[in-house]
Design a protein around this ligand. Structure first.
Ligand SMILES: *[C@@H]1O[C@H](CO)[C@@H](O)[C@H](O)[C@H]1NC(C)=O
Ligand SMILES: *[C@@H]1O[C@H](CO)[C@@H](O)[C@H](O)[C@H]1NC(C)=O
Ligand SMILES: *[C@@H]1O[C@H](CO)[C@@H](O)[C@H](O)[C@H]1NC(C)=O
Length: 414
């Protein structure tokens, strides 16, 4: 279907040989709903690796706004669980080597043909403290190494200059424990870690980027994991070293909160989607047990350029959060994969996202360019040799049920 339609695409609208591959899925239990998760796995399908023309399908209209479903809920009509799904072209996916461990809310950085995958929850009570490396060229996971003991295990801010990976703040420990302000640099050539000045105040999942020689960190949640923060700091860095002793205050972000995509293209910084509010530790719980709180998910797009004033750009086709490491830059566009959108208005269940979005930076236009094999949040994305990859995260319960699945992961076939 995608291929056929692409024949009619105009030459300029054509992006050849974008193929989609599915990199080892290591998926996680719905920690926040299941008390004793165990793991199973997504069943592979046997498609041969075939080039698939992906961008853009001229028949897919750019979606303007999120649909409103208020009327249905008020009138008592039953609202489909999949109400938030948008029409999207089907794509061919191939299952790649499975990730060594299941992982949720980890982080990933691509440098050339390697995807460095960090930290994350293995279960709600177990967090990873190591790095796994996927090689796109030979489809292998190799070269596991340890993280510093003091480094956060989830909700990190992370960015690379092509050799050094800057690792900022995040949640320290399992369940809904507190954050750490510790900040590190990894030299990917030597696999050596060093310290950077700690963030002024710890954050959960802040938007993080390198821009004009400075490491920028903004938004995220405050120390209670729920309250959105709007502060924005920067630190001059070069070749893995801080050039400043302290973080500098910068223009606050118009809307705070965690789990956005933050991308720099062509000297402009973009902050996309995200949410206000998040799970919090249950008051008095000795294990900081996660409990759900209200969340509002946004489709907002903000941009900083040399005026150093936030500009508002066209919003995403629908609100989308949990996309901090779910994006790549392809041909002057930002491609975003999966996420979470607004909760179901009746059941209040979390609704995962199964579309791939593209933000064309020439036209400042959004489009929906494809469908994932399932809906998935906080997935980790890479792009290599014309193929889009994703790994890890938390998937849906099935095609008709977009809420997070209780029991998934890897190890056995479902
Ligand atoms: C990006 O665009 C260029 C110029 O239109 C095209 O030659 C190239 O194939 C595109 N890249 C990919 C990965 O398709
Ligand atoms: C809901 O119903 C009211 C009254 O019929 C109408 O004016 C409004 O446009 C509807 N809203 C949506 C989002 O459909
Ligand atoms: C990835 O694998 C290929 C094939 O084995 C190898 O040639 C390449 O050097 C690897 N990449 C890195 C960065 O190690």
């Amino acid at each position: 279907m995608v291929r056929a339609s692409a024949k009619h695409a105009s030459a300029t609208a054509r992006l050849l040989l974008i193929c989609i591959a599915l990199l080892g899925i290591a998926l996680l239990a719905d920690f926040f709903w299941a008390s004793s998760p165990h793991f199973s796995s997504w069943a592979p399908h046997e498609d041969k690796r075939q080039p698939t023309l992906l961008f853009p399908d001229p028949r897919i209209p750019t979606q303007g706004k999120t649909q409103s479903h208020k009327n249905e809920t008020l009138s008592g009509r039953i609202l489909s669980a999949t109400f938030a799904d948008l029409p999207a072209p089907k794509l061919k996916w191939e299952k790649m080597a499975p990730a060594p461990v299941p992982r949720l809310d980890g982080a990933a950085i691509q440098i050339k043909d390697l995807l460095y995958v960090f930290a994350g929850y293995g279960t709600i009570d177990l967090v990873h403290s190591h790095v796994d490396i996927y090689n796109f060229t030979d489809n292998t996971w190799r070269g596991r190494f340890e993280m510093p003991k003091e480094m956060a295990h989830s909700h990190l801010g992370m960015v690379t200059d092509g050799r050094y990976i800057y690792v900022v703040t995040g949640q320290y420990g399992p369940q809904c424990r507190g954050p750490t302000a510790h900040t590190f640099v990894l030299d990917t050539k030597t696999k050596k870690w060093s310290d950077l000045p700690p963030l002024p105040i710890p954050r959960y999942a802040p938007a993080t980027q390198l821009w004009r020689g400075r490491l920028h960190v903004m938004g995220g949640s405050k120390e209670n994991r729920h309250t959105p923060a709007i502060e924005h700091w920067s630190l001059a860095v070069k070749d893995g070293k801080a050039l400043d002793k302290e973080w500098r205050n910068e223009i606050p972000i118009p809307r705070g909160g965690p789990h956005r995509a933050c991308v720099v293209v062509d000297d402009r910084l973009y902050a996309i989607g995200g949410q206000e509010g998040d799970f919090m530790a249950k008051p008095g719980s000795p294990i900081f047990k996660c409990s759900r709180r209200n969340e509002i998910v946004y489709s907002d797009v903000y941009m900083l350029d040399d005026e150093m004033k936030w500009k508002v750009l066209p919003p995403m086709p629908k609100p989308d959060s949990h996309i901090e490491f779910a994006w790549v830059i392809v041909n002057n566009s930002i491609v975003l994969v999966g996420g979470t959108t607004e909760k179901h208005p009746v059941t209040k269940k979390m609704v995962l996202v199964g579309e791939i979005f593209q933000f064309n930076l020439n036209k400042l236009e959004w489009s929906v360019i494809g469908k994932l094999p399932f809906r998935v949040k906080t997935t980790l994305v890479g792009f290599w040799d014309g193929w889009l990859y994703f790994t890890s995260g938390q998937r849906d319960k099935g095609p008709d049920n977009p809420s997070p699945k209780k029991v998934i992961g890897e190890g056995e076939t479902r």
